[in-house]
Design a protein around this ligand. Structure first.
Ligand SMILES: [Zn+2]
Ligand SMILES: [Zn+2]
Length: 381
């Protein structure tokens, strides 16, 4: 191929498949369109090629500031690296039946769900490959981040755990040993934690916790075991936590990742902690998400040559999700690629910010001081 000095050089990629825009895993039908509206937003901001057509996608479109890659679905063999083969078979059978529930009450079966779930994993695996082979530094798979999926069962809208799939891909195919997972979804990343609990793979989760809130896990006492002891950090925030307290916790999370000296970072960027999202009781704004994106991006460059795989996770208000995701891509690709006015318009109006709750702040400070002790006791060597 001829060298073209005018071709844009992109170190950031987003992965998109038209199946993401079809039916989703939850019954929250309004949330299903978040992929479609986000892609339109990326086009409008010229983050991706403004002519990108998801109905007729090339394998790679690198005409925009951010490249767009088209994934293929993960195979049964690939899924078996993380999941019980009998469970994978069960998902295929439920897909054929086209009805019933995967878990108690959250995740229904329907015709096509297997392909949709395997595509979400395929997209994350493509991202892991692109990063490990140095084709790009940062990848965003909006359809990934299915952090509740367990070894042999589905949970909370998650069938297959693409985050742990990426960890296994990096370990087995590229020899990575130190991988850090940072999970800012409003819910605890329980599936990811369980699957990696006995290994020295760092898992850090920030989430709402009150003992009853789904999935009811993610306390400071859960710190990993055996070879994994001291490689698990949970930051369980009370209901009504606002940006200031949350970001103090996020700084502790960053410190854990930095001390761990990762070879690559996975960020689960679930936007359901936003104050308008009713799926969690956290009251975060787009400014918290901006801080998460900006600081994790900077840390990836300091710690591991920029290797950062971001997966979408939760987020059930499409109008909020598209703004959080655009902020993420603008941060990864270099904020100057979006005009200052367009970038400011991605943020929540300052007149509409949630008010800090004094009880919640008191509980947070107590939790954060205990979390600091946990962090100090972590080995991370
Ligand atoms: Zn969530
Ligand atoms: Zn960068």
């Amino acid at each position: 191929m001829m060298y073209n000095p005018l071709a844009p050089v992109s170190d950031t990629a987003v992965i998109y498949h038209e199946v993401f825009n079809e039916r989703g895993f939850s019954r929250l039908t309004r949330s299903w369109e978040r992929y479609r509206v986000a892609l339109l937003k990326f086009r409008e901001l010229a983050l991706i090629d403004s002519n990108y057509d998801p109905a007729n996608p090339p394998e790679i479109n690198s005409s925009g500031r951010v490249s767009v890659y088209h994934p293929v679905q993960a195979t049964i063999e690939e899924l078996s690296i993380v999941h019980d083969p009998a469970y994978i078979q069960f998902v295929i059978e439920m897909d054929e039946k086209g009805e019933g529930m995967f878990d108690r009450n959250d995740t229904p079966a329907w015709r096509g769900i297997y392909r949709r779930a395997a595509m979400a994993v395929g997209a994350t695996l493509l991202g892991a490959d692109l990063i490990a082979t140095d084709r790009v530094k940062h990848v965003f798979n909006p359809a990934g981040g299915l952090h509740h999926a367990q070894y042999d069962r589905a949970s909370g809208f998650c069938l297959f755990n693409d985050i742990v799939m990426a960890v296994r891909r990096w370990q087995k195919q590229y020899g990575f040993e130190r991988i850090a997972i940072l999970d800012v979804d409003g819910h605890h990343g329980d599936g990811t934690q369980n699957l990696l609990y006995h290994e020295p793979i760092l898992t850090v989760s920030l989430h709402m916790y009150d003992g009853r809130f789904f999935p009811r896990t993610g306390t400071l006492e859960e710190r990993g075991s055996g070879k994994g002891e001291g490689y698990c950090l949970n930051l369980p925030f009370p209901r009504f936590t606002t940006d200031a307290e949350y970001l103090k916790g996020f700084d502790l999370a960053l410190e854990a990742v930095e001390r761990y000296r990762p070879q690559a970072i996975i960020l689960q960027y679930g936007a359901d902690g936003h104050y308008t999202d009713r799926m969690s009781g956290l009251k975060l704004s787009t400014r918290a998400y901006e801080y998460v994106a900006e600081q994790t991006h900077a840390l990836a460059h300091r710690a591991c040559n920029g290797r950062l795989l971001v997966v979408g996770g939760g987020g059930y208000e499409p109008e909020v999700v598209e703004r959080c995701w655009a902020i993420l891509l603008a941060q990864l690709a270099g904020q100057k690629t979006v005009s200052a006015a367009a970038y400011t318009a991605l943020h929540d109006p300052l007149t509409d910010m949630p008010q800090p709750n004094p009880d919640s702040i008191a509980q947070s400070s107590q939790m954060l001081s205990l979390a600091k002790d946990v962090l100090d006791s972590m080995n991370l060597r």
